[in-house]
Write a new protein. Sequence first.
Length: 137
Amino acid sequence: MLALLIIITVLLWGTTPILEKIALKNASPLAGLTIRNTAVTLIMWIYVILSGKISILRTVGTSTGSLFILTGVMAGMIGMFTYFEALRMEATSRIVPLAATYPLVTALLAFFVLGEKISLTRFAGIVFIVIGIYLLK
């Protein structure tokens, strides 16, 4: 089941930038992001209401909710806006791999902020990400 979920995720995330690049030929990143986020918000509210799971929202505390709002603004709004701008300006085959280097930032922040250990294999992965960035220039 896990493998199927990963395959679906990869196919959806791999296809989406192509559709976004095509759409950005006829719309500004701001318009695209507004339409995209509005649609996702409406669909999520419909799902939560129709599935009877609206009560799960009451289980989220103020500090946790604030973190979700912050990450939504950071990644879902500002990050997507800058990504759309970059996607509009450059080849999809270059922008998507560069944007996908975010695990490098995550690994470093996990080490410095969360105190997580970086094993030899994770360090090798970080090195490969840096090499990949260099190769995409």
